[in-house]
Design a binder for this molecule. Structure first.
Ligand code: FEO
Length: 399
């Protein structure tokens, strides 16, 4: 194995999960990584571990650098098992190591692993000197669990941000600048996956993110590199910090997104006519059938779109089950600053559009307009759909 060094004495010792396609419901089409970092100085610290199944891979990487028995500190930035799953394996070997985490982290680790390890709890501003290097801790509660924290390597100016700034992306590369580095081939896969990750994991916490970035600025912390616990390491941290600021404020593109399900094509016909109207107004549009695209992909589209239209056929006097399930997921992610509209169809009795509107209102969202059609949309109905698309498109275009 080749040793992967971020800077002198700081190593990546994580694992690559090439085959992961489902991360508790989040579709990971490009796999994932669990990043752990080994800091070697007079004392040795391991920051985060990896998912349980990959403990052997992490230990082999550590053994390339030092004997894992010599680890003095295991910093657990986050209790969730993709980062703490190999904690028991490492603590079995590094028997004298101290586990460093937040107070909430200690509670969670004890509850989950029933571990009786030597804990040291830390809060923002606490430091751990391990020789020439200093680990500085920053509480990051609710980014995205109550226990989260960041570890900042003071002298190296590297922020080990755990889930913050992560992406689910398996690659033989470890650094953002190396992905898509083939001559003449340009892409932004890392940013695309970072947006999907933000949308599906961190979108509910936009307000906390804005405050946290401000707090870090006030602490006078200079960041040269951000090393998250998933995906590529950001050698250009400004790029991802600026993207987070934009996403957290709810800024989006002038784009209209149409999301729907359909039974006998009536709702789909409406969806396509709305899309046509929006497109003819001169804005970018996108359309997704809820049983044909992974919801985690659609959520990324929600993040970047200014307007979201939801369509549902009526089933048993209510909305279609996929629409209900999707709205439950969407409402939990609390998207900000969107323009909403709804549409749908019914055979002998309506109910879908009313149910969609009620669901949106329960999350604090007010649809600007709704259309419900009986059986197949006729020319008049299609005219209304086209007009709705144009209206939404024009609002979005006007900013
Ligand atoms: Fe919250 Fe990557 O776990």
């Amino acid at each position: 194995m080749t040793k992967i060094e971020l800077t002198a004495g700081v190593y990546w010792v994580g694992a690559i999960d090439w085959n992961l396609r489902d991360f508790h419901g989040y579709t990971t089409l490009r796999g994932a990584t669990y990043n752990a970092y080994l800091i070697v100085d007079e004392k040795i610290a391991l920051v985060d571990t990896v998912k349980h199944d990959f403990s052997g891979e992490m230990l082999n990487r550590i053994r390339e650098i030092i004997d894992p028995e010599k680890i003095d500190y295991v910093v657990s930035n986050h209790v969730e098992m993709d980062h703490s799953g190999s904690l028991p394996a490492i603590m079995k070997i590094a028997t004298k190591a101290q586990v460093i985490c937040t107070e909430k982290g200690k509670e969670g680790l004890i509850r989950h692993f029933r571990g009786t390890w030597d804990f040291r709890t830390v809060k923002t501003g606490d430091e751990l000197k391990i020789g020439k290097k200093t680990l500085f801790f920053i509480n990051a509660s609710m980014l995205h669990w109550p226990d989260n924290m960041f570890t900042y390597l003071k002298e190296d100016k590297i922020l080990l941000s755990n889930d913050g700034f992560g992406q689910h992306l398996a690659s033989s590369f470890r650094f953002d600048e190396d992905v898509c580095s083939l001559a003449g081939y340009d892409c932004d896969t890392v940013m695309e996956e970072a947006a999907k990750y933000y949308a599906n994991i961190l979108m509910p916490f936009g307000g906390i993110i804005l405050k946290k970035i401000e707090e870090i600025r006030k602490l006078g912390i200079e960041i040269k590199m951000i090393a998250p616990s998933h995906g590529m390491i950001w050698t250009n941290p400004i790029k991802i910090i600026e993207a987070y600021l934009k996403w957290a404020k709810g800024e989006s593109k002038p784009k209209v997104l149409v999301i729907y399900d359909t039974m006998w094509n009536s709702t789909q016909t409406m969806a396509k006519e709305i899309l046509k109207g929006a497109s003819d107004s001169g804005v970018e549009v996108s359309l997704f059938h809820l049983r044909k695209t992974d919801w985690s992909e659609i959520i990324k589209e929600v993040l970047e779109s200014k307007a979201v239209l939801i369509g549902s056929p009526t089933l048993n006097n209510g909305m279609f089950p996929t629409v209900g399930g999707f709205l439950t997921y969407l409402m939990g992610l609390r998207p900000r600053n969107k323009l909403w509209a709804t549409f749908g169809s019914y055979g002998w009795a309506g109910g879908a559009v009313k149910a969609v509107n009620e669901k949106l209102k329960s999350g604090g969202y007010e649809p600007v307009e709704s259309i419900e059609v009986n059986f197949r949309p006729d020319e008049n109905d299609l005219g209304k759909c086209y007009a709705l698309g144009q209206k939404i498109g024009s609002i979005v275009k006007a900013g």
